[in-house]
Design a protein around this ligand. Structure first.
Ligand SMILES: *[C@@H]1O[C@H](CO)[C@@H](O)[C@H](O)[C@H]1NC(C)=O
Ligand SMILES: *[C@@H]1O[C@H](CO)[C@@H](O)[C@H](O)[C@H]1NC(C)=O
Ligand SMILES: *[C@@H]1O[C@H](CO)[C@@H](O)[C@H](O)[C@H]1NC(C)=O
Length: 369
């Protein structure tokens, strides 16, 4: 069963990939700003690779091996996976081949997603203004925007987002991501934050075949008694990808949330909406890159169960299945543990890991109780 789901899910992976993959095209040294809290993969094409790092806040220390971090793993093909990177992991990551020669070097600024400044153009909200680093200084703090991501919905109104990273620019110099610029210098400015901008979009649907990745149904989620809410997590979603949630087929938009009209759901900005907190039982569905990824069904209340029993007694079962035709999910009735396990199996399959991965994959845990 587990393997089956692993295999089924693996169809999704060539299309989407589990991690945002960063590579250094043609070059040996690349500088990138990224966000903390969202998994990434640094590409290195060298089997038997070793990775060393220097952290920005301890620049003068000798390089260390990455094995000191529990959220970092080297794939058998030599790439580096960093799960939920911390802002303090901003630094230089070097990939060395088996002979100790440097293959590629990444300077990565993991900007603190907890400080994300989020604005919606449809609500007239303004992104951050440019500011100088020091009063009367020439060093300018500004946001460098990534391209807009695809619309999260097709054939109807949707939303798209883009990420913006904090950079410092000096006249005649190539701008540098803020915390790589500052390194260990202790300067603090409230302007130094990454940004997320959202706007409405409307794109037609592709004519061609859908990606056909299949989806997973989670049955029986329940609100926790203490908080009267539960967190749902959308498989394969990420802040770097278009994601949308629906509650009983009504889209849950950023516009609704950012204008204060959503008191029954909360899209987590720090995961780009991968995580959704819900306060009402309803059928929740999430889409990644316009493909249905998962459906979360609430546990039916006692009165519903009773009604269903009566109905099934009154109406003898028809041969060959249900009265209603429904789209077929990949598998139904899967519980939390199974998904987490399956994703581990999938990750193992994908990375052809010889040993089981250690630690829990927190990003895949769906809080279903
Ligand atoms: C990886 O390296 C091998 C051998 O050097 C080469 O044949 C292959 O094309 C490279 N793959 C990529 C994706 O760069
Ligand atoms: C490593 O060194 C050995 C012996 O000098 C050589 O044969 C091999 O091609 C080198 N490997 C790489 C990846 O450069
Ligand atoms: C902010 O600074 C950047 C980089 O110098 C520049 O491209 C952009 O136009 C500036 N924005 C404003 C509103 O001045």
């Amino acid at each position: 069963m587990l393997t089956t789901l692993g295999l089924l899910l693996s169809f999704a992976v060539p299309v989407l990939g589990v991690y945002l993959s960063i590579s250094c095209p043609g070059g040996k040294q690349c500088q990138r700003a990224l966000l903390s809290g969202n998994d990434i993969l640094l590409h290195c094409n060298s089997s038997g690779a070793r990775w060393h790092y220097f952290l920005a806040h301890s620049w003068d220390q000798p390089p260390s091996k990455v094995s000191g971090f529990s959220n970092i793993e080297i794939t058998p093909k030599g790439s580096l996976i960093i799960r939920e990177p911390l802002p303090s992991q901003t630094g230089v990551y070097c990939c060395l081949n088996e002979n100790g020669t440097q293959v590629v070097q990444y300077e990565i600024d993991f900007q603190d997603v907890a400080t994300l400044h989020i604005t919606h153009t449809g609500l007239g909200q303004q992104p951050l203004q440019n500011e100088t680093l020091y009063p009367d200084g020439k060093e300018l703090i500004f946001t460098r925007w990534e391209p807009w991501q695809d619309c999260n919905r097709c054939g109807g109104p949707g939303e798209r987002k883009r990420l913006g990273y904090c950079y410092v620019g000096e006249p005649l110099e190539e701008p540098t991501p803020c915390w790589l610029y500052l390194k260990e210098v202790e300067v603090w400015s409230s302007r130094m934050r990454p940004e997320l901008q959202v706007e409405a979009c409307d794109t037609p649907c592709f004519d061609g075949e859908p990606l056909g990745v299949g989806y997973i149904t989670f049955d029986d989620f329940q609100l926790k008694e203490e908080s009267e809410s539960v967190w749902l997590s959308c498989p394969l979603a990420s802040i770097y990808r278009p994601v949308i949630w629906e509650a009983d087929e009504t889209p849950l938009t950023w516009q609704r949330q950012l204008s204060g009209r959503a008191d029954d759901t909360f899209l987590d900005p720090s995961t780009g909406g991968r995580q959704l907190q819900v306060f009402q039982p309803a059928v929740y569905r999430c889409f990644v890159q316009q493909e249905l990824m998962a459906q979360f069904n609430p546990r039916p209340g006692p009165e519903v169960l009773e009604a269903q029993e009566e109905e099934s007694e009154a109406q003898p079962r028809e041969a060959g299945g249900g009265r209603r035709r429904r789209a077929h999910p990949v598998l139904t009735g899967l519980k939390l543990a199974l998904l987490a396990g399956a994703v581990l199996a999938l990750a193992g399959l994908l990375l052809r890991c010889r040993r089981p991965s250690r630690g829990s994959r927190r990003d895949w845990v769906v809080l279903v109780k």
